[in-house]
Design a binder for this molecule. Structure first.
Ligand code: FES
Length: 93
């Protein structure tokens, strides 16, 4: 969205997600080698975090569907899906 469309909303950035330490989603991307470049990775992490918050028992198919708008031509997404699955387990613990 354009920044003006977020006027009056709470906005969390990739930096803000780390609150005194890495968020479980950030840690999982690190652990599972899901990190890509600085353009797509923040979007992947932010989208994946909201996906898991909205659906704690998210399936692999739901992860792939939920991230299909975050396009990266440089990866096969396998490690990204594994990272989201790890984060879901941690966030639900
Ligand atoms: Fe970021 Fe492919 S690594 S767009």
């Amino acid at each position: 969205v354009l920044a003006v469309q977020a006027d009056g909303s709470d906005v969390t950035t990739i930096e803000g997600l780390a609150n005194g330490g890495l968020h479980p989603m950030q840690q999982a991307f690190w652990d599972q080698h899901g990190l890509q470049c600085g353009y797509c990775t923040p979007g992947m992490i932010m989208s994946a975090t909201k996906l898991v918050e909205n659906n704690p028992d998210i399936t692999e198919e739901e992860i792939r569907h939920g991230l299909e708008g975050n396009i990266c031509r440089c990866t096969g997404y396998q490690n990204i899906v594994k990272a989201v699955q790890q984060a879901a387990e941690t966030m639900n613990a």
